[in-house]
Ligand binder design. Sequence first.
Ligand SMILES: *Cc1c(COP(=O)(O)O)cnc(C)c1O
Length: 453
Amino acid sequence: MTLPTQRRLVTTTIPGPESIRLHERRRHELAAGFGTVLPVFVAEAGGGIIVDVDGNHLIDLASGIAVTSVGASHPEVVRAVAEQAERFTHTCLLVTEYDAAVEVAATLNRLTPGDHDKRTALFSTGAEAVENAVKIARTHTGRSAVVVLTHAYHGRTLLTMSMTAKNVPYKEGFGPYAPEIYRVPSPYPFRWAGGGRSPAEVAREALDLLVDTISSQIGAHNVAAIVVEPIQGEGGFVVPPDGYLSGVAEFAGEHGIVFVADEIQSGLGRTGAMFAVDHEGVVPDLVTTAKALAGGLPLAAVTGRAEIMDSVAPGGLGGTYAGNPVACAAALAALRVIERDDLPAKARRIEQLALPRLRALAGPDSWVGEVRGRGAMLALEFCEPGTTRPAPLAAARVSAYCHRQGVLTLTCGTYGNVLRLLPPLVIDEELLDDALGVLEKGVATAAEGGERA
Ligand SMILES: *Cc1c(COP(=O)(O)O)cnc(C)c1O
């Protein structure tokens, strides 16, 4: 199936009448706790296009939150899923074995940074991967403390929501939280205390604070793992300045602490390299992957040093659906496409096309306070002009404008004031050009509306 690559609106409002009717039913059947960015019901999707049940063709700048890097219906993924489902859908990796799981593990062992001996453990969701990385690090070290950053997002389970920084909506009302989690400041240059620091100074000061907190408040000998997103996702596409990640890795190495890179959003080509840590040549002890791993099917992994991974005895890791064969078949197809079609290069091309146009939107008189990101992981942070005071309503207004014009954008950020772009890496360049034009007009309208609701 090939979808036309053009934005086309056939109803006067987005969502259209059929989506509105279905959404009304959904309100009575699905739990209210599931929010929806744009309550449009999807009929089909692929490449950079989402076709809704009213026949509107929307441009997809979300990829189902950085999942469908190869598109939402890549023919090779579709074929792999169909072939595997026809043979068997499930046996449980804990009961009998199948080669697709071994092949996914071998591919991740090869693609992740470093040429040391590695092992991979497979799971279904990103949160599970992060939880298991912590379990593995605790077993390996015999220690319990976990160090995470401000603005971090690691998932919605008890442990991972406890590791997540932002209260509403991820934690509010869900306590008590898991113990032994310590938070240090993220090197977020735009919001670094006092301002006026160079990126190198921010990296150094943040590193000093991490070392000081661990040494004086926790004790390095009590820390099992430091878990860092190499580019923070939900927290606002915060890119750590050069020197920070390598400094953390070095400190961790010196103190027998497991350095975990949570590459669930930033990994597998999204930032223009296979992994975001590759930009700084950092080799983590463990890497978590999920999102883009299986072309839209639920699969997640922890990959890392064999001696750390193998410290958990047989039976200690797993799950009924962990490494499901259909998801593994999809992953093998998606990973083949990412490598063969050099999707990291496509991400760099997206950055080349989009970043100059986004940068032109920022400035002292603009509601766009900062433009940042790497590859196809780009964001605009909205602030009151000339300040760093967050302007979430301006971000929401621009996003709503894009939605009305048929461009699906997402927001994020601790203050909800960041508009993020996560197009499929296979997006057609004309489609991207059209979407950026809509976004530019949206930012111009935000200038008129300002921070009024
Ligand atoms: C999405 C995400 C997770 C959680 O993944 P789920 O599959 O939603 O459980 C964890 N870490 C990061 C960095 C993420 O972006």
